[in-house]
Structure formats: C-alpha cells, structure tokens
Unconditional design. Structure first.
Lengths: 119, 164
C-alpha cells in the first residue's frame, strides 16, 4: 500500500474529529444549565460512587494487563505467519506449534495459580 | 509533497507529545501524552510503508503497553494531589546525559552509510515477515516465546505470592 491508499483514513479523521468536537462544544454553549447533586455524579443513573475514583487500584488490574500484553504479542506473531502459511508447509506449522507450546506452559501455569479468578 | 507535509506535521506532533510527557506535572497526564507520542510514531511507520511495524506499534504500544503503564501508575500512587515538579535535583545531570547521547547518535548517523537508494517495499511484505519468522529467524522467534513465558511466570510470582 502506498500512502495515497490511506487518503480515506485521513478524510475520515478530518470529518470525525471536528464532528466530535462540535458535539462536545455546542451543548456546553447552547444547552440550558441547572445542575444538581445527582446530575453531577460521574455515572448519573448508575451505581452510587462509594469512594474517590482516583485512588490506588488493586494489583489484579495490573495482572490482567500483563496477561493481555503477552497474548497480544503472541497474536502479532501469529498474523504474518498465518498470511504465509500456504508456502511454509509443515515446517512452519511445527515451528509455530513449538512457539505456542511454550506459551501454553505459561498459560497453564497462570491458570493453575488462579490468576484468572477475580478475588 | 503531501507526504513531506504529513511527515513534518507528524514529527512536530510526536515531539510535542514527547515534550508534554517529560514536562507534565501530573504523572497520569504524562502517560496520556506518551500514548499520543506512540500514535505519532505509528503514523511515521505508515509513512515509511512499514505497515506491519505500524500495526504492531498500535496494537502493542497503544493497546497494551499504554494500558500497562496507566495501571502501574494507578497501582503505585494516588493520581490526584501528587503534582510534583518533574524537575528534581538531578535535572542538570540528566540534561547533560541526554545531550551527550544525542551528540553521540548524531555523530554516528553522520558517519554511517545507510545506502543512498532505498529498495521499494515488496507487495507481500507481511508474508515475507511470516516466512522469515519460521525459517531464517527461527531461533530469535522461539527465544521470544521463552522470553514471554518468563515475563508471564515472573509477573504471577511477584504479584500473587505476596498477595496471598
């Protein structure tokens, strides 16, 4: 692909960004304002907040992010391999099997440790 | 011509975001600036017709690393009320170190011959990358999976053992 092929994306950005900006700006200029306490909650019709949102978060969120990043990188490796699988024949399949097998050990370890369960 | 203009815009955008990252007084804002900088670099990769690297930059850096950094910040300290100045006592030494590194890299780049004519990017670049992964570069490829395994086990060990 040459950069001319990305022109539709550029046009999309040029239309979408001002649209989003207008959608945020116009109501704040034109809309009526009579705030009360309930309306100013972060999620107006949701659960009532019980603490400040900007507090320290439990380590479990970080664990989820670490798991995500590792399987994300795995997918990035799978993609070019899948595109060229037809030429690579059985050898490519075995190599990717070794790659995935090593990661499967990690996956089973994580599963056994119970990191997928939310406490 | 349009490409040149787009590159200049994206270079200024990336540098601006990077500047915001190091000068922002709130570390959470620094992380968000860093995401913008990642996005600018991704666009520059696309301008170089390195589509795979660009997509990897978006999926891994913007999708995963940025999430990890933001979680790490939310994990380690309260985000509000900690708007310390990014300048501490070592800033002069850090600036000196950065300037020296820049000078060394600039000197290196001016000396090394990168080849004056660039090869055109092949149509099936992604298929070539895939073939390379399981033929010529199979050892680094398999070592990468071991690296990921170690990262996975290490993260579980550090975060969970102390937890329970």
């Amino acid at each position: 692909m040459t950069s001319a092929d990305y022109l539709p994306i550029l046009i999309l950005i040029l239309i979408a960004a001002p649209f989003a900006g207008i959608a945020i700006l116009l109501p704040s200029v034109l809309g009526p304002k009579n705030p009360n306490r309930m309306k100013q909650e972060a999620i107006e019709s949701g659960m009532i907040p019980f603490a400040d949102a900007r507090r320290r978060f439990p380590v479990q969120y970080y664990m989820v992010a670490v798991l995500f990043i590792i399987f994300d990188i795995e997918v990035i490796f799978l993609f070019p391999w899948a595109v060229s699988l037809n030429q690579l024949k059985i050898f490519g399949l075995i190599e990717m099997g070794v790659f995935l097998g090593i990661l499967l050990i990690g996956y089973l370890y994580v599963w056994k440790k119970g990191a997928f369960e939310w406490e | 011509m349009a490409q040149q203009a787009l590159f200049l815009i994206m270079a200024v955008f990336t540098l601006g975001m990077a500047l915001g990252t190091v000068t922002s007084r709130n570390i959470f804002h620094s992380a968000l600036f860093l995401v913008g900088s990642f996005a600018g670099v991704a666009v520059i990769y696309f301008l170089l017709e390195a589509e795979f690297v660009g997509v990897a930059q978006i999926i891994i850096y913007i999708g995963a690393i940025a999430t990890l950094i933001i979680f790490a910040i939310m994990l380690s300290r309260s985000v509000t009320g900690q708007n310390g100045s990014p300048m501490n006592r070592q800033w002069a030494f850090a600036a000196l170190g950065a300037a020296l590194l820049f000078a060394a890299l600039a000197w290196l780049f001016s000396r090394v011959d990168f080849g004056s004519t660039a090869q055109p990017v092949p149509e099936d670049a992604i298929a070539l990358i895939g073939a390379g992964l399981v033929t010529e570069y199979v050892i680094p490829f398999e070592v990468a999976s071991i690296l990921l395994l170690v990262a996975l086990v290490g993260a579980i060990l550090i975060a969970r053992e102390r937890h329970s």
